[in-house]
Design a protein around this ligand. Structure first.
Ligand code: N01
Length: 506
């Protein structure tokens, strides 16, 4: 494990200008950008013993990215060496480790340091942060704790009575051994369709619980030749051009999410993809979704449908509802005997854990302020929670392209808002309540008529109040143009006058 980083004077210190919670894509993007801006006064607090966020935790067989790697990478840290159009998890994790090392931010990460409580101290113009490794103070905090980081375990009757093993795709143990076992997979989302084809050949029996059928489109993966990689190394502009092409192709897709009629026209091709692999009419029927494509995340796979036709596979169109000591029960009432239950049941997105440990100006938690339906300014800041920047949080999720585009824009927004405070010599920057209200009502208006609100499905994009508080409702270039540079008028700058002496308080 790394030592607590030292600050400019070489002495260990617990007070920083910036604290970053989390060291996944978002946390590292913030750390690298802060460092590139010439500011070295930051710390990254990471609860695990390694960096990487979801790309560290999601190690299940077959885990890969379903956005092309040349787009799913940091624009300021391109990688000419991607081996495939869509890279697998180990390669993405290696990319993050390498970039953190090269940018000189690896040594600034405090590993095994879990944030337990963050309290705003108005008089000092800073956050007081309690962690499993003691307390820290920071003027500005970037919360990059991830929205897909806390596995959601389904509510299964008598779960504790099960004598076998229960695994979750998002917390995959390195020593998991499925060979020759009878296995149940709960869920047919993005993780399940990657996992199922990889484990089917090694397990004895595979029972898949499908609560709602997903739309699964072909995945156009291919290796990137050594020759091409060399070309990208020698001619970085060609790599940029490739990224640009991918960017445009994905943005066009956003149009279909905003206009479900276009989405419905595309459904024929997806059904054809399914029928190409499945000839059994009963299986076809089970696999035909009953909602508009795109209402839930569209999945990409060439081997998922063929896997379902293998003799050791059973697709159960039922919700998993309970367990017995030796098996699992669905709402079809049938018990299947299994050794291992794999929950590919996603993450706790609607109630992010960080919202419960952050306390703002009125002493209220972020969870209380949000009351089950997160609202932000620019997807990044929250009135009542000054000097706080949420990365990859509410309303910046994407269904059509790489979320890293959003994260980078958010970091720019944060740094430009912080510059207003720095220039004025004041300690505090907070979004105005009216700016947040305008932003929220714009989001809600844009959401109307999209496939997420009209597509007839029940997805984790919608919160308990029925609002889509997970996704950005438009194009990423719209986000960029509205958000990248913070507007002075949207923020209140106040608080104690900053002086270097404040930074060296004990
Ligand atoms: O989780 P999910 P995921 N019985 O929430 C089902 C990202 N990701 O881990 O649809 C039976 O999508 C549930 O059913 P239903 C990506 O953003 C990215 O797969 O609610 N089924 C659903 O099928 C993605 O959106 C990549 O009816 C039950 C499944 O569990 C997010 O992670 C790769 C059930 C959960 O699907 C989460 O994906 C992988 C029950 N009792 C993931 N309870 C990339 O490539 C729940 N379900 C970037």
């Amino acid at each position: 494990m790394l030592q607590t980083p030292s600050r400019r004077d070489g002495q260990p210190s617990r007070r920083f200008k910036f604290a970053i919670v989390g060291s996944g894509f978002a946390g590292l993007a913030a750390a690298i950008r802060i460092k590139q801006s010439g500011d070295d006064d930051f710390i990254v607090l990471e609860r695990a013993a390694d960096l990487g966020g979801v790309w560290r935790d999601n190690r299940y067989p077959g885990c890969a990215c379903d956005v092309e790697s040349h787009l799913y990478s940091l624009s300021f840290a391109p990688n000419p060496n991607w081996s495939h159009e869509f890279s697998a998890q180990p390669e993405i994790l290696a990319y993050l480790r390498r970039r953190a090392q090269e940018a000189g931010v690896l040594s600034r990460i405090n590993f095994s340091t879990e944030v337990r409580r963050m309290t705003w101290v108005e008089s000092a113009g800073e956050w007081s942060i309690d962690t499993s490794q003691g307390s820290y103070k920071a003027r500005f905090v970037f919360v990059a704790a991830g929205s897909l980081s806390n596995p959601s375990i389904p509510n299964l009757r008598d779960l504790e009575s099960f004598r076998g093993q229960v695994l979750h795709s998002g917390a995959w143990p390195e020593d998991a051994d499925l060979s020759g076992k009878s296995v149940a997979v709960i869920g047919t989302g993005a993780s399940a369709v990657q996992l199922i084809p990889k484990i089917q050949p090694i397990v004895a029996r595979l029972h898949i619980f499908q609560r709602s059928a997903p739309w699964v489109m072909p995945r156009h993966d291919a290796p990137i030749s050594k020759h091409k990689q060399e070309e990208y190394r020698r001619h970085p502009r060609r790599l940029q051009l490739e990224r640009g092409k991918l960017y445009v192709r994905h943005e066009i897709l956003a149009f279909a999410f905003r206009h479900p009629i276009v989405m419905r026209m595309g459904q024929r091709h997806t059904i054809k993809h399914m029928h190409g692999a499945i000839s059994d009419p009963r299986l076809r029927e089970k696999l035909t979704p009953n909602y508009t494509q795109g209402c839930k995340r569209i999945l990409f796979s060439n081997d998922y449908y063929p896997t379902l036709t293998r003799p050791n596979v059973e697709l159960i169109a039922a919700e998993a509802t309970g367990v017995t000591p030796q098996g699992i029960v669905g709402d079809d009432g049938i018990e299947r005997k299994v050794d291992i239950i794999i929950c590919a049941t996603g993450f706790n997105v609607k109630d992010p854990p960080y919202a419960h440990y952050i306390f703002g100006t009125e002493g209220q938690s972020l969870a209380n302020a949000w009351a089950g339906s997160p609202k932000t300014f620019a997807g990044t800041t929250v009135h009542g929670f000054p000097n706080l920047f949420l990365l990859n949080g509410p309303n910046v999720g994407l269904a059509h392209t790489s979320v890293i585009l959003m994260i980078e824009t958010q970091v720019e927004h944060a740094l430009s808002a912080i510059r207003y405070a720095d220039r004025s010599g004041r300690m505090i920057v907070e979004p105005r309540a009216d700016a947040q209200a305008r932003f929220t009502s714009w989001i809600d208006r844009q959401m109307r008529g999209t496939v997420w609100t009209t597509g007839g499905c029940k997805s984790w994009y919608l919160d308990g109040t029925g609002r889509n508080s997970a996704l950005w409702p438009s194009y990423t270039f719209t986000f960029r143009s509205r958000v990248a540079k913070a507007r002075r008028a949207d923020y209140e700058i106040r608080g104690p006058q900053y002086s270097p002496a404040l930074a060296s308080r004990p």
